[in-house]
Design a binder for this molecule. Structure first.
Ligand code: F6R
Length: 608
């Protein structure tokens, strides 16, 4: 999704803007631009393509001198990626420049109104209406013009705004799209996400919905849409710059795959005490936990896949019925929720538009909302009734790995906590579960040590056209994630199937040489899935099996086998997903794909 950076201070703005934008590249973009006020007027440079095109165009910012500016990486929604559609956008006299993240839903109506008054538009974007509308309302009072625009536009927006007539002030506005303000000795910054400001400061303010930040070189004020001043507390960001850098790895994805033992341990350790699960942030009494009638898990993409796994675990351990849905479906299907339903929203970024909308809907319908979120202070974290943070640290690669693994263990903890309180698991079993849980980080470490074997296998299949992932129960949930990982970064067509469902149609696609990845980590389903493996083998498939250590029987029917260390049946996803992540990574690498920034994808999907 689009990225915004803004700076006002004692230093040259353009290099800071370019540097900040480079830290937001992971969000996905197709063009970039910056605007800087030089003491007389606002100058602007924009270019389609990678940020380095803009850096070359501006000689690393040298052609745009000045100490206040805004910058943007665009992920096209309205109008194709092009120089002219890139942000910032100007009003006609070039005295107002705007960068925008989000979608202005009523832009056509506003555009017609403005055109009727003689305004001329140069781009196809929805954003340009904001520049002209600000011009329309501006009467010497920028704050007033900004609030009038906020009252007029519908949709989602994070905005950075420069007024040539107020060259000592940077304006930042937010509704349903993330925006933060960073406070530093050398000047102040705005950004869509924390990594963009970390080089300068760790003290940030999260702008809330329908709030405006009025930022000067050495001060900042916050207002609501009625121009009333607000008091805000800053948040100190604990993780440092290195956490958001590659640290010697070729790609962020590989680095993050390798950070999984730590991400999992950091998420687990503070919540395991004296052989018991303690989740203080849960904010629920034992009576409230006992009163849960249903759990509704809502999320998108990989986060949704952790929910599919969690259904088996919540139902198995705590005997609470669970429904899982993708947020974009859930929010429009008039679901049945009430006080007895606990809604779980899962999100790495905490800003996913559909998940946030689902959260708000669930709250309105009277359900308690618990969020599992990675980004501290994000919208979902702030709006949920309680939040359990996954301590995975900043995740930069578009394809999630360590946040996924941290989400999985957060689910395990919750399911065990509920089982503890509801008495559905006895003390001896709980002890075994806790012991197995504690071993997961070192078991992941072991699997990572096997990366060369997986790399060799992946190298043989870089030319694969279709890959099917099959499994039953939790293995089906792992298949969903394995398949998504592969297709999103390697662009190879892939599907995940419940193994028993294959013969109801999909098996007709299996032919000589089709690659099938079979997941067989659930001992009680092992024989059943082996039958499915045999079915695809007899139709010519090449089979890669992922199974538990000791299940050597599978080698008769499988071309390659990867063994995962023994763990509890509920936790196998945490281990089996590791070779699948590495497999996808090496295939994508072999195909020359942009592993960290796959085409058409964005890290934080802040629009519907
Ligand atoms: C896939 C991936 C996405 C995200 C999804 C939800 O690798 O990263 O499918 O899982 O967009 O994002 P969050 O977790 O930020 O809500």
């Amino acid at each position: 999704m689009c990225g915004i950076v803004g700076y006002i201070g004692k230093k040259q703005a353009a290099p800071i803007l370019l540097d900040g934008l480079s830290k937001l590249e992971y969000r996905g973009y197709d063009s970039a631009g910056i605007a800087v006020y030089n003491g007389e007027k606002i100058n602007m440079s924009k270019a389609k393509g990678r940020l380095k095109v803009l850096s070359e165009l501006t000689h690393d910012g040298a052609t745009l001198p000045g100490m206040i500016g805004i910058g943007h990486t665009r992920w096209a929604t309205h109008g194709a990626p092009s120089d002219v559609n890139s942000h910032p956008h100007f009003n006609e006299t070039k005295s107002i420049a705007v960068v925008h993240n989000g979608i202005i839903e009523n832009y056509i109506k506003i555009k017609k109104m403005l055109e009727g008054k003689g305004y001329k538009f140069v781009s196809e974007t929805d954003t340009e209406v904001i520049a002209h509308l600000l011009d329309y309302y501006y009467n010497g009072n920028a704050l007033e013009a900004v609030t009038k625009v906020m009252h007029r536009v519908e949709g989602s927006y994070a905005l950075g705004i420069l007024f040539a007539e107020e060259p000592d002030t940077l304006y930042a506005v937010r509704k349903d799209s993330p925006l933060i303000v960073g406070k530093s000795e050398e000047g102040n910054l705005i950004a869509s996400d924390v990594p963009a400001v970390l080089k300068y400061t760790r003290d940030v303010y999260f702008i809330d919905n329908e709030e405006i930040a009025v930022i000067k070189e050495d001060s900042m004020k916050f207002f609501n849409i009625y121009e009333e001043e607000l008091t805000k507390e800053s948040t100190h960001i604990e993780w440092d710059v290195e956490a958001a850098e590659k640290g010697g790895y070729e790609h962020f994805m590989l680095k993050e795959v390798y950070e999984q033992p730590k991400a999992v341990a950091d998420t687990l350790n503070p919540r395991l005490k004296d052989g018991k699960v303690v989740v203080e942030e849960l904010n629920m009494t034992d009576e409230e936990i006992k009163a849960i009638k249903k759990i509704m898990i809502v999320a998108c993409g990989s986060a949704y896949h952790t929910g599919v796994t969690a259904k088996y675990i919540f139902e198995g351990l705590s005997r609470i019925p669970v429904e899982v849905d993708v947020a974009s479906e859930f929010r429009y299907r008039n679901p049945i929720l009430d006080e007895g339903t606990l809604v779980l929203i899962i999100s790495q970024s905490g800003e996913t538009a559909d998940s946030l909308a689902a959260l708000r809907m669930a709250k309105e319908m009277g359900s308690k909302v618990l969020a599992i979120v990675n980004v501290v202070g994000s919208s979902i974290a702030r709006e949920a009734d309680s939040v359990i943070y996954t301590w995975a640290g900043p995740e930069i690669a578009v394809a999630t790995t360590k946040a996924y693994s941290a989400q999985l263990v957060a689910h395990y903890l919750l399911a065990m906590k509920f089982a503890q309180v509801r008495g559905t698991v006895d003390d001896a079993e709980m002890e075994t579960l806790v012991a197995d849980l504690k071993r997961i980080p070192e078991q992941i470490e072991m699997l990572l040590g096997n990366r060369e074997k997986i790399q060799k296998f992946a190298n043989r299949y870089v030319a694969a056209k279709d890959v099917f992932f099959i499994g039953r129960g939790i293995d089906y949930a792992i298949s969903l994630e394995g398949s998504l990982k592969l297709k999103e970064i390697s662009y190879i067509h892939s599907e995940a199937y419940a193994a028993g469902e294959l013969k109801h149609g999909t098996i007709s696609l299996i032919e000589d040489g089709t690659l099938v990845v079979a997941l067989l980590t659930q001992d009680e389903l092992f024989k059943k899935t082996v039958s499915n493996v045999v079915e695809v083998k007899t139709r010519g498939a090449v089979v890669l099996s992922v199974t538990n250590a000791g299940n050597t029987d599978i080698e008769k029917n499988s071309d390659y086998t990867i063994y995962i260390p023994k763990t509890n049946k509920y936790f196998t996803n945490s281990l089996a997903v590791i070779p699948l992540q590495l497999f996808s990574y090496y295939i994508a690498l072999g195909r020359g794909c942009d592993v960290d920034k796959p085409r058409n994808l964005a890290k934080s999907v802040t629009v519907e």
